[in-house]
Design a protein around this ligand. Structure first.
Ligand SMILES: C[S@@+](CC[C@H](N)C(=O)[O-])C[C@H]1O[C@@H](n2cnc3c(N)ncnc32)[C@H](O)[C@@H]1O
Length: 947
């Protein structure tokens, strides 16, 4: 029984994936004004991907308009109605692709006309009544923010209060105060108007600056200036410390420094490093600049994975000893160097008594409470005696953090007083839905409280000094709490990297870049995805993935500071001492009593969430789910991963059909292929539809025949959309899975239920079949070359074998040799690689033209000279009557073979050619010599075989 699936959405048919992925990769290097810089969160999805996915999830695939195009064709009295309809569908898809390609470009985010167009397109496909979007695992807020940018009501929930606050800051607060003037005294007159969130941004900037100045008055004396050799003074940027432990050698017993690297600055001509010496049982440090005496890799530092070495007596010290000492008496710390801000570069100075004394202060009072988890994913510091969150800071850092946290409370009162000058309505607090004076004060304080939390990430003992860049390295480069031996303590009160001012300015930049006009609806709440309701919204979400990231444990680092400054503003959200953990959907073996139990907890919870979501679902739109891929789990074919299969099976089991699977990457495909054979995506976006309760049962044979009849068309559409060849196999799983999962059961001949693993195998096998069937469109020389390439790549092999194959394919080796695609000699045959082909190939002068030759030359030309050169070959070959759609298909086939044979270089070339086909084609259209040739001049492939 066939059943009707409501209007197919673009995401279920085609996507301009390559462009989306390119922009997602590019986004990684954007720092200023990127919403992710508002507060740290782990493993965020790229905004560009989320934007494109949401759009394609709501907008109809143009094939839904076929009846309309058919009427149109009849009105126009088109002779071939089907061909007209097909052309219209393709051109309409191209129009939508163009819109997506423009809207994913970071540079176009301010283009209001473009986004009006985008929103209008969504309106058209949703009867002017677009659904609300719900992300129940909202994390860093990427999906809800992008939903809101597309004009959709956005609902974000997360179990984690830190994530909820981030979402409030991104989608809930800005629309409330959009278009308002700043309230800081005299700020309003600085500009004529304060559109979007610029007024709020200005207040964050100004009150943030006030906090900094106040902090300077209270703790400025803790940060003495540096005295340079000429007697002048300079601001300090950072203090570099070494941890110390007592040398276990009784004859030595010095306080030995534990240092990973002595290097301070590696820039050429400005080299600087720490030079230790021991006198009277004490270690002293000076600064060296002579590159010839600098530390070398093998002897740099005193501590590594294998243990430490005493710089005085040379005793080797095990890390076990260091851990024991750390836990029993604690590690010491010794100042190694002071980094001052010189006129043109960093100046590295040896420690002085003044600087040592300035850092020597008692632990401040009223610190946040909270113990580190005894054990957690990627936490290393507990073994070294750090048991409370405050142990991750020096006393001076704690002094700065408590001062700034206190100032958040004070600044809220100040904002309140200033705002009351402009308006008399006090109104409700922000958390109670207010939007007046009290709520505004809460809003500004929220951003400033988040700034203090973000500031903590650059002011703790996990921060290091990057000698290659002469700058501080913030913590959380990875999702971990690692042990750092030598650490850098930033100067918090001036304008450099680790300072409060730097944090405030990046925070304000995010607000400045916001699109909010005040009409958007955004709601961020704390909810467990496994118990919340799912009605009245379409889901787009990125769930946690097994044990990839221990969000709740990690986020306690921030939570304790957020709670200290914002508890009164968010009494419910910040009520618990630490982030709630029990319901967190993470396979944490420490929490769930071992690896197996943790995996079971995660998989059961995952299925529960999808079962619950299935209950509240609307059938008009697919849901979208991001699946985080772990490269390590893939097998040698790059397809099977137990996690992937298990989660697909869970979703199907929970009552969903899978209608699309798009590989999404934030690395360039070519870079990934080049860096090894592993070109897998970093995540996969799935589209899901609820499976009807009465979905039919079929047998394996029917499934295979359904796959065989529908996959070729799906594949053709994917290729038309120029999905990168590297992504084809993964993207083709979607249409295959759609057929598998729309049945309640597939029965094997032995009566057993077919599993996902078998379905994936069957889909891959049929994909191979379909790709080989496309060879039917190739000329016989090309068919021979493909078959040879499949068995031998570009290797040399025997002439006899080549002849046998040529007989089977009705081709001739001598003809192939004359056409310039291979070399023969000494009883051997070898296909030419693109690099071995001659330059300046011109199909017009080729009397042995084949698709193979044209495609290889195009790949070479694209790589060597770019689009125009490849386009010229395309135009000229087409002028000779060659079927260039088949040429495009050949590029996919050659990529697939290269990948299977592990041929990295040609793989990159064929992938680039397949995915940039539309650009090559438009270059061909404008190629000057693309004149049509006489029909009489066109090629007859059969006449070529004689050679
Ligand atoms: C992969 S992250 C989402 C990242 C987000 N898409 C972004 O771009 O920043 C998954 C999120 O699920 C949250 N989470 C884990 N268990 C949860 C639960 N039971 N209910 C709700 N959220 C949960 C985590 O706190 C985390 O923020």
């Amino acid at each position: 029984m066939e059943f009707h699936v409501p209007k197919r959405k673009l995401i279920e048919v085609a996507l301009p994936l390559e462009k989306i992925n390119q922009q997602s990769a590019r986004e990684k290097s954007i720092r200023h004004g990127h919403p992710s810089t508002m507060h740290l969160w782990w493993a965020r999805r790229p905004l560009a991907t989320a934007r494109a996915v949401l759009f394609a999830q709501l907008v109809d695939d143009p094939s839904e308009n076929a009846p309309e195009y058919r009427d149109e064709a009849e009105r126009r009295e088109e002779r071939d109605v089907d061909a007209y309809v097909e052309r219209r569908i393709i051109s309409e898809r191209e129009r939508l692709f163009d819109l997506i390609e423009r809207m994913v470009d970071w540079d176009n985010l301010g283009d209001e006309e473009l986004f009006d167009q985008v929103r209008a397109e969504i309106m058209r496909s949703t009867d002017n009544n677009p659904p609300a979007i719900l992300d129940p695992f909202a994390g860093g807020g990427t999906i809800p923010l992008e939903a809101q940018r597309l004009g959709l009501e956005a609902h974000a929930s997360d179990l984690n209060p830190v994530a909820v606050l981030i979402n409030k800051a991104l989608i809930e607060i800005p629309p409330k105060f959009a278009g308002r003037d700043p309230v800081f005294p005299d700020a309003v007159g600085q500009r004529n108007s304060w559109p979007k969130a610029s007024g709020l941004a200005e207040d964050v900037r100004r009150y943030g600056s006030w906090m900094r100045d106040e902090a300077d008055k209270r703790i400025g004396h803790l940060y003495p200036k540096a005295t340079l050799t000429d007697g002048s003074t300079a601001t300090v940027i950072a203090w570099i410390w070494a941890r110390t432990v007592t040398c276990p050698n009784p004859a030595c017993g010095i306080s030995m420094p534990l240092v990973r690297s002595w290097w301070l600055g590696k820039k050429k001509g400005k080299e600087a490093y720490v030079v230790p010496s021991v006198r009277d049982g004490k270690v002293a440090f000076t600064i060296g600049h002579d590159p010839s005496a600098a530390p070398i890799k093998d002897s740099d530092g005193t501590v590594g994975r294998a243990g430490a070495t005493c710089i005085s007596c040379g005793t080797g010290v095990s890390l076990e000893y260091v851990r024991l000492q750390s836990r029993e008496i604690g590690l010491g710390a010794q100042l190694m160097a002071v980094v001052a801000d010189g006129p043109s570069s960093r100046i590295y100075l040896p420690p002085t008594d003044e600087h040592i004394a300035a850092a020597d202060l008692p632990m401040p009072q009223s610190l946040p409470q909270g113990a580190l988890p005894e054990k957690a994913l990627s936490f290393r510091v507990q073994a070294y005696g750090m048991v409370a969150w405050v142990d991750l800071f020096t006393n001076r850092q704690l002094a700065a953090l408590t001062t700034f946290s206190d100032l958040v409370v004070e600044v809220r009162e100040k904002v309140f007083r200033d705002a009351a000058v402009a308006s008399r309505i006090e109104g409700e607090r922000l958390e109670r839905g207010g939007a007046d004076v009290a709520a505004y004060a809460d809003a500004v304080a929220t951003y400033l409280g988040m700034s203090v939390s973000k500031f903590a990430a650059r002011n703790n003992v996990m921060c290091g000094w990057e000698s290659g860049m002469d700058r501080l390295r913030g913590s959380f480069q990875r999702q971990a709490i690692p042990m750092t031996w030598d650490y850098a303590e930033a100067m918090p009160l001036t304008g450099t990297g680790g300072s409060f001012s730097a944090v405030i300015s990046s925070e304000a930049e995010v607000l400045d870049a916001f699109f909010h006009q005040g009409t958007e609806i955004g709601i961020a709440t704390q909810q467990d995805a496994a118990t919340r309701t799912y009605s009245n919204a379409v889901v787009s979400t990125d769930p946690p993935y097994y044990d990839n990231i221990g969000y709740s444990d990690l986020s306690d680092f921030f939570y304790v500071w957020l709670r200290r400054s914002l508890k009164d503003l968010y009494p419910d959200l910040l009520s618990t001492l630490l982030v709630p953990k029990a319901e967190e959907l993470v396979a944490n073996p420490h929490r769930h009593g071992g690896k197996d139990a943790a995996r079971e907890f995660f998989e059961d919870g995952f299925e529960d969430v999808f079962r619950l979501a299935r209950l509240g679902v609307q059938n008009d739109f697919p849901a979208t789910v991001y699946y985080a891929f772990k490269q390590a789990e893939t097998d040698s074919n790059g397809v099977a991963s137990t996690g992937w299969e298990t989660l697909l099976a869970s979703m199907i089991q929970a009552g969903w059909m899978i209608t699309a699977t798009w590989p999404s990457r934030s690395e360039m495909a070519s870079r990934m292929i080049a860096s090894g054979t592993n070109a897998l995506a970093s995540s996969i976006v799935l589209a899901l539809r609820p499976r009807p309760e009465d979905a039919p049962i079929i047998d394996r044979r029917t499934l295979l025949s359904d796959l065989r009849s529908s996959l070729p068309e799906s594949l053709r559409v994917l290729q038309q959309g120029s999905i990168a060849p590297v992504d084809l196999a993964q993207a083709a799983i979607g249409p295959g899975m759609a057929i598998f999962s729309r049945h309640s059961k597939i029965l094997e001949p032995n009566g057993q239920k077919m599993g996902v693993r078998d379905a994936l195998r069957a889909i891959n096998a049929i994909l191979d079949e379909v790709l080989s069937e496309q060879e039917g469109d190739f000329d016989r020389e090309t068919r021979w070359c493909v078959a040879w390439f499949e068995s031998h790549g570009f290797e040399v092999s025997s002439f006899g074998e080549a002849e046998t194959l040529a007989n089977a394919k009705n081709a001739s080796i001598s003809g192939l040799a004359r056409s310039g695609v291979l070399s023969t000699g000494g009883g051997k045959v070898k296909l030419f690689e693109p690099a071995e082909l001659p330059e300046d190939y011109d199909p017009r002068a080729d009397d042995h033209l084949s698709l193979w030759e044209v495609v290889l030359h195009m790949a070479k030309a694209l790589d060597d000279k770019g689009l125009d050169a490849a386009g010229l070959i395309l135009a000229r070959a087409e002028g000779r009557g060659l079927d260039m759609t088949a040429a495009h298909e050949l590029a996919y086939r050659l990529y697939a073979i290269s990948e299977k044979r592990g041929l990295t270089k040609p793989g990159i070339l064929f992938n680039a050619l397949g995915s940039s086909w539309p650009e090559v084609r438009s270059a061909a259209n404008s190629a000057e010599s693309a004149q049509p040739v006489d029909v009489a001049d066109q090629l007859d492939f059969d006449s070529l075989t004689e050679g």
